[in-house]
Design a protein around this ligand. Structure first.
Ligand SMILES: [Zn+2]
Length: 111
């Protein structure tokens, strides 16, 4: 993540994402273990539907980069102005819709 953004990164995870990983069972235990080590954003909402939670958070506070490889969630976040999306493609981190001020690598390549 740090290499992708060329900046210090603090990954956060929400209560509901961790709860969703817990519900998914043993197949996702490694993801769960990693998620449990991240900085935690507490949830006040009911249920564990994480997509709505993340969309609400990035809409309310334009200070996040949404990190997801979920196609539907990416599609929803693209509709919110000013929220960059980080994802993994070809085993590499990538970011889209990153403002130029942060050093968008695609733009820098054109300089
Ligand atoms: Zn939540």
């Amino acid at each position: 993540m740090k290499d992708c953004l060329m900046a210090k990164v603090t990954p956060y995870v929400t209560d509901c994402v961790v709860a969703e990983l817990e519900k998914l069972g043993p197949k996702y235990r490694i993801a769960l273990r990693i998620a449990q080590q991240l900085e935690r954003l507490p949830c006040q909402h009911k249920g564990t539907y994480a997509d709505d939670c993340l969309v609400n958070r990035v809409t309310a506070h334009k200070c996040y980069i949404a990190a997801t490889c979920d196609r539907d969630l990416k599609r929803r976040i693209r509709k919110i102005p000013g929220v960059p999306i980080m994802y993994i493609a070809d085993h590499k981190f990538a970011v889209e819709r990153m403002p130029d001020v942060f050093g968008n690598p695609k733009r820098m390549g054109n300089m």
